[in-house]
Design a protein around this ligand. Structure first.
Ligand code: IMP
Ligand code: MG
Length: 171
């Protein structure tokens, strides 16, 4: 299977954006302590690049969610991994690779909001706004992209392509 052609976003473009996002986040949360919640598996690489550029203290937890309905429009999600401790009173920033329908992000927000965090926002590297079926508005977005399937920089197609440094559109 050959997935790769010209990158949609090069490693250099991604790193520049990560730096910009980290600057904005560091300014917005100045004087506060962040708790990053990386959504596995896709956001692992983005989260690790982003957190190293933050100038505010930032803890790290993981969450892993999978939509289990055949028809994703029904919007149900199961959690395969959850943060170790409740996020009560914390400034929580969910780190996503890509927000597509928004079903995953929406389920995560609902789950965490019930624990009464001090604040709860989303930072996503990519956004496909045309595909949205939920009321999810990430506070930080790296790139808005067209309705196309992308692979690389943590994102996969059947576990392939996660380790590519660039982001490619799948043919
Ligand atoms: P949503 O619940 O429809 O918003 O989908 C969220 C998840 O689906 C993302 O976190 C990704 O793991 C996966 N996903 C959606 N679009 C893509 C894509 O273009 N490439 C790789 N994974 C994707
Ligand atoms: Mg994901």
């Amino acid at each position: 299977m050959e997935l790769r052609k010209e990158p949609l976003l090069t490693a250099a473009q991604i790193q520049k954006k990560v730096e910009t996002l980290a600057g904005e986040i560091s300014a917005d949360y100045a004087g506060k302590e962040l708790l990053l919640i990386a959504v596995l598996k896709g956001s692992l690489i983005f989260a690790s690049d982003l957190m190293r550029r933050l100038t505010v203290p930032a803890g790290l937890e993981f969450i892993r969610a999978r939509s289990y309905c055949q028809t994703r429009s029904r919007g149900c999600c199961e959690f395969l991994m959850l943060p170790e401790r409740p996020v009560t009173g914390r400034h929580v920033l969910i780190i996503e690779d890509i927000v597509d329908t928004g079903i995953t992000a929406n389920s995560i927000v609902e789950y965490l909001a019930a624990q009464d965090p001090a604040s709860l926002d989303i930072c996503t590297l990519l956004d496909k706004p045309a595909r949205r079926t939920t009321e999810i508005h990430p506070r930080y977005t790296g790139f808005a992209i067209e309705n196309q399937f992308v692979v690389g920089y943590g994102m996969d197609y059947e576990e392939k392509g996660r380790n590519w440094p660039d982001i490619h559109v799948m043919k």
